[in-house]
Design a protein around this ligand. Structure first.
Ligand SMILES: [Zn+2]
Length: 487
């Protein structure tokens, strides 16, 4: 039987992922662990750990990514941004020439202050100044520094998720995995949060435009008409709010409750975005959109579900049953795009105790994947954040195994990076009983920061009261979505 799960990979994608992704070298760890678990269909070859492939086991079908074209990138990004990402030197040169002729060159690509104020500069230094101004303007600094192969990286990362979406449209496949995708913070004309290019939006957009409604003739309770447009549910489980996809697919039409007769005739939303993430003041990305979506929101298909610190599997299990499932039922998606940032796992090095998710148990990563599989939708699975390299590899290997219906071994198999799995050398990541927090923490009750020294502990700060408030809002939103999609 042909494998129904696809895995996007090429040596070039892995190499560029290693250099352009934070933390560096993560791509090697992920691919190497998945390969060592004998999950890849590399028929006729030997697996990395030297044993011959066993027969009768489900493995992922490996597909190499194509590079995105400029036209692909322009489906979401601005022309000035794309020009600069792909050809920074030539773009600065062109900017300098057009400015010296007094013409306006693409005003969205940056102000003219640098070029006009440096008229006495030599040509090379003027070009450097313009290039620096444009780099600042487009966010190529701080956590998104420029690097030599940025152009190739941009095209291949975007292309990898487009390849995944294109492959998913083939009849033979049920799920496609792209662990190099999931750059959910890259904005239309700005790099942000370690993300240079917005592959997620491009992938969803491809499914929305070229997909088809799933066959529900055998399902009971479906209210979908047979000729409606395909619907995509984007579910973002990274510890950070999925800001760019939420903004990109915010429906241009507004809805009140109850609907007016004019609203009933509006084009229906094709994409519902749902982000489950940690939120507290100052936590990246710092935006009010990352707070709980109001039940009276005029765009009820753009949903933010904020969690308090140290969310563990029981919190995810509860949110799943009371929020995710009702939203999915209300929207009736044909495709699910799942972003699985592993920075939500316990022990992540960047988020400082904000996360305490686990891979196993009810509400753990594998349990959530099994719930998504029960929906019967075609599934695009993307990576995302993950700043503990070994734990990220563990999490994504567990997901790959789960999608194949394969058992997950207790121990990490011997492979090149085996030593990095010390001290447990176990495959699963469990909620931590010992998290170290910074000296200043946010106190939800007092709504202010307080000094608490370095505190240890792993108490899930999501309480019945805090989750009740979330659930009440989502309950109303799910009812409103049902009404919108049914009319
Ligand atoms: Zn993240």
């Amino acid at each position: 039987m042909q494998n129904k799960v696809v895995y996007i990979h090429s040596d070039e994608l892995e190499r560029l992922g290693n250099t352009g992704t934070h933390p560096a070298g993560r791509s090697n760890r992920v691919h190497s662990l998945i390969n060592s678990l004998d999950l890849l269909d590399i028929s006729g070859q030997e697996s990395e750990h030297g044993s011959a492939l066993q027969t009768g086991l489900q493995r992922v079908h490996v597909v190499a990514p194509r590079a995105a074209t400029e036209a692909d990138l322009l489906r979401y990004h601005s022309k000035g941004f794309v020009d600069f990402l792909l050809e920074p030197t030539q773009t600065a040169e062109k900017r300098m020439d057009t400015d010296s002729e007094g013409s306006d060159y693409d005003t969205e690509s940056g102000g003219s202050d640098a070029s006009t104020s440096q008229s006495c500069d030599s040509r090379p230094s003027k070009k450097r100044r313009i290039q620096q101004t444009l780099a600042d303007r487009f966010g190529l600094k701080d956590d998104c520094p420029p690097f030599p192969e940025l152009s190739d990286y941009t095209k291949l990362i975007a292309g990898s998720t487009l390849t995944a979406a294109e492959t998913l449209l083939q009849e033979a496949f049920e799920a496609v995995i792209n662990w190099e995708g999931g750059r959910h913070h890259a904005l239309r004309d700005r790099c942000s949060g370690f993300c240079y290019v917005q592959d997620v939006v491009l992938g969803i957009d491809h499914l929305r435009r070229h997909g088809k409604k799933k066959d529900t003739s055998n399902e009971t309770g479906s209210t979908s008409s047979s000729n409606r447009k395909p619907r995509v549910m984007y579910l973002d489980l990274d510890v950070h709010f999925g800001d760019a996809p939420a903004a990109a697919f915010k429906h241009p039409y507004r809805y009140s409750s109850p609907l007016t007769s004019a609203q009933e005739r509006q084009p229906k939303p094709q994409v519902m975005t749902v982000s489950v993430h940690h939120h507290s003041p100052g936590f990246f990305p710092s935006t009010t959109e990352a707070g709980l979506t109001s039940p009276t929101s005029p765009t009820p298909c753009t949903i933010s579900i904020p969690l308090r610190r140290a969310a563990s599997a029981p919190t995810y299990a509860r949110i799943w049953q009371t929020c995710i499932e009702p939203l999915r039922t209300a929207f009736e998606p044909d495709y699910v795009v799942l972003l699985l940032g592993m920075d939500a796992l316990a022990g992540d090095k960047l988020v400082d105790g904000a996360a305490n998710w686990s891979t196993k148990g009810e509400g753990g990563v594998a349990w959530c994947i099994e719930r998504v599989m029960e929906w019967g939708c075609k599934l695009l699975v993307l990576g995302g954040g993950g700043y503990h390299r070994a734990n990220t590899a563990r999490g994504w290997a567990v997901v790959t195994s789960t999608l194949l219906g394969r058992d997950i071994p207790e121990d990490v198999p011997p492979h090149d990076y085996w030593a990095e799995y010390s001290p447990s050398f176990q495959m699963h990541v469990e909620s931590s009983t010992y998290l170290v927090f910074r000296a200043i923490r946010y106190n939800y009750e007092a709504q202010s920061y307080k000094h608490c020294g370095y505190a240890a502990g792993a108490k899930d700060e999501n309480t019945d009261t805090s989750l009740d408030a979330v659930e009440q809002a989502i309950d109303v939103l799910a009812s409103r979505i049902t009404e919108i999609m049914a009319t």
